[in-house]
Design a protein around this ligand. Structure first.
Ligand SMILES: [Zn+2]
Ligand SMILES: [Zn+2]
Length: 243
């Protein structure tokens, strides 16, 4: 890609441009610098949830394949997964067979990664991602062996860098009760649309069977009426899902 076309492309952040810089489409070359610039722009974009949702619906399985193909604890696919970790699309993917071992995988990589490539930015990202996975999949997803090996590493990083993402990850793995409660709250929030009627004025409690939005599979409703009433809000983040 020429410098000029690369620069123009950077101005416009879309689900497809993110996929391209993650190496999922086009010439399948990862472009970490362009991805960082796009993510910085995306943060300031009021539609970032919409763009991230479209990306997740369309590319999550491919992104996870790319993540699985890496050995390092920090990688371009991991960076992108970390930015969409708050979405119900991500939570739902974790409940599919392809997503079921992600927490164990990330923890294992953080144990086995060589300690000579110590970039604090990467370590913070790794810890933030593992923290999300620990919240969503539970601390028992990590093997005892990896937990025992990871704890001293996290304590060392925590002392050296003093970053809240590292501290949170460490406390989760230690089973600290306050941090565990916060993690439980995060899980509930991220999975809310998968488990509770998406109509905001819904007064139904009970556990009757909920209808799933057939398009995105990340929203559920008591009945068609509530689905219809919620549509004007839901439609902005509802994308056809390939998983
Ligand atoms: Zn309802
Ligand atoms: Zn939907």
């Amino acid at each position: 890609m020429s410098w000029v076309s690369g620069t123009q492309a950077l101005l416009n952040v879309t689900a497809d441009s993110l996929a391209e810089y993650c190496g999922l489409t086009g010439d399948q070359q990862q472009n970490p610098l362009s991805l960082e610039r796009q993510l910085a722009l995306l943060q300031r974009n009021p539609s970032h949830v919409v763009i991230n949702s479209e990306f997740a619906a369309k590319y999550l399985p491919t992104l996870v394949d790319a993540y699985n193909a890496q050995d390092a604890a920090f990688s371009v696919p991991m960076r992108m997964l970390n930015t969409i970790g708050y979405l119900p699309y991500f939570a739902r993917f974790l409940s599919t067979p392809a997503g079921s071992s992600m927490c164990a995988t990330q923890a294992h990589r953080m144990v086995t990664a060589s300690s000579d490539s110590v970039d604090p930015t990467c370590i913070v990202e790794e810890c933030q991602f593992l923290s999300t996975l620990l919240a969503l999949q539970g601390t028992n997803a990590v093997s005892d062996e990896d937990r025992q090996a990871l704890l001293p590493k996290l304590r060392q990083w925590n002392r050296t860098y003093q970053k809240q993402q590292i501290t949170r990850c460490l406390r989760q793995l230690e089973g600290d009760s306050e941090t565990t409660a916060i993690a439980r709250g995060l899980k509930k929030h991220v999975e809310c649309s998968l488990n509770e009627c998406g109509f905001e004025d819904c007064a139904n409690t009970g556990t009757s069977k909920l209808l799933q939005c057939a398009r995105c599979k990340t929203a559920v409703y008591c009945n068609r009426d509530h689905q219809k009433k919620a549509w004007s809000l839901h439609k902005t983040t509802c994308f056809p899902t390939v998983f």
